[in-house]
Write a protein that binds this ligand. Structure first.
Ligand code: NAD
Ligand code: LMR
Length: 356
């Protein structure tokens, strides 16, 4: 026999699980119950996806729900997140899913998170550059990072929103202003460039892309995307024609998808795959795994620029080691000079947006 109070508690717990987006900030009893559920679940990391109802956000939420390293998954958006959360929450994997809708629930979405992934923002249409997204997306990233600084300043932050070359500096400035900036914990996601490079190089070599590792350095837009084809693993050589073809295709992979989608957005599925791969690497680093190395756009001293993408070793505190670029050939040195010129302006634009 259950008492009336026990039955009420059980109903509250089930409804918090089914409709977690309905939880109010002041509804502390439901929040406590939801927290108990999380504690009772599999050990792992608490992850928030901001922009979870979007083209990237939805498949990324699905992939994070499938990741055994995730114990709690918070899905935040300004539209449609309750539906996405309800849908994803029916998957019989370990992570407890909660949805959060609108600015008034941002703080609840962020509190206690270990890893925050940001794919919120508008995507490109044909004819646009990533920089054309700056005016809208910089403001979105600013608001979300202000929430992170307040509610989970220790979290690892993965920035996907474009233009990454500027939104990462925006995020850094927000954190500096709040006194919470830790350069090791702020990572711009450039994994899609590496994923594309591995795929296109494997096609040319006629081998399995899973056997290929191409370092891609610099940034995440046009000529700032610099694949180091002289450092491909397994070691191989390319003709001058192949180098030109591969470099152009890797640098314009995003535009290739934007044009193919013909106004319906930019890469979402391959991006969700890339973001999930990078988030998994971040969590393996947080767990203390050795030798977790990925390319990422981070605060860096590898060049004279304050931010640069290169190989980083991910550990318990984020990007614990940033590797130098290694020997570059003449083609790559030329590409690096071009990349740095464009990157300097994009970084400055992001910094100025907050310091204005
Ligand atoms: N880093 C990369 O390699 C990479 C790759 C692909 C796309 N992107 C970028 O990712 C971003 C998202 O792309 P998408 O295709 O998912 O776009 P989308 O329009 O499909 O989804 C964006 C989502 O963000 C949400 N959003 C808008 N403002 C928000 C706010 N203030 N708080 C929370 N959520 C908010 C929207 O409601 C929407 O659900 C774009 O800026 C795009 O350029 C980056
Ligand atoms: O190209 C875009 O606008 C989206 C993204 O940056 C990509 O590389 O696919």
């Amino acid at each position: 026999m259950h008492t009336g109070a026990e039955i009420n508690q059980r109903i509250a717990r089930i409804s918090a699980h089914l409709c977690p987006q309905n939880l109010q900030m002041e509804d502390t009893s439901s929040l406590k119950l939801a927290a108990c559920r999380a504690k009772g679940g599999a050990p792992g990391f608490k992850v928030a996806v901001l922009g979870a109802a979007g083209g990237i956000g939805q498949p990324l939420a699905l992939l994070m729900k499938m990741n055994p390293l995730v114990s709690v998954l918070h899905l935040y958006d300004v539209v449609n997140s309750p539906g996405v959360a309800a849908d994803i929450s029916h998957m019989d994997t370990g992570a407890v899913v909660r949805g959060f809708l609108g600015q008034q629930q941002l703080e609840s979405a962020l509190t206690g998170m270990d890893l925050v992934i940001i794919p919120a923002g508008v995507p490109r249409k044909p004819g646009m550059t990533r920089d054309d997204l700056f005016n809208i997306n910089a403001g979105i990233v600013q608001t979300l990072c202000e929430g992170i600084a307040k509610c989970c300043p220790q979290a690892i932050v993965n920035v996907i929103s474009n233009p990454v070359n500027s939104t990462v500096p925006v995020a850094a400035e927000v954190f500096k202003k709040a006194g919470t900036f830790d350069p090791k914990r702020l990572l711009g996601v450039t994994t899609l460039d590496v994923v594309r490079a591995n795929t296109f190089v494997a096609e040319v070599l006629g081998i399995d892309p899973r056997e290929v590792a191409v370092p891609v350095v610099g940034g995440h837009a046009g000529v700032t995307i610099l694949p180091l084809l002289s450092q491909v693993k397994p070691p191989c050589s390319f003709s001058a024609e192949e180098i030109k073809y591969l470099t152009d295709r890797i640098q314009n992979g995003g535009t290739e998808v934007v044009e193919a989608k013909a106004g319906a957005g930019s890469a979402t599925l391959s991006m969700a795959y890339a973001a999930a791969k990078f988030a998994d690497a971040c969590m393996r680093g947080l767990r203390g795994d050795a030798g977790v190395v990925e390319c990422s756009f981070v605060a860096s001293q590898v060049t004279e620029l304050p931010f640069f993408a290169s190989k980083v070793r991910l550990g318990r505190s984020g990007a614990e080691e940033i590797y130098p670029l290694g020997p570059l050939n003449e083609f790559e040195r030329f590409g690096l000079d071009k990349a740095k010129k464009e990157l300097a302006a994009s970084i400055e634009k992001g910094v100025a947006f907050i310091r204005k």
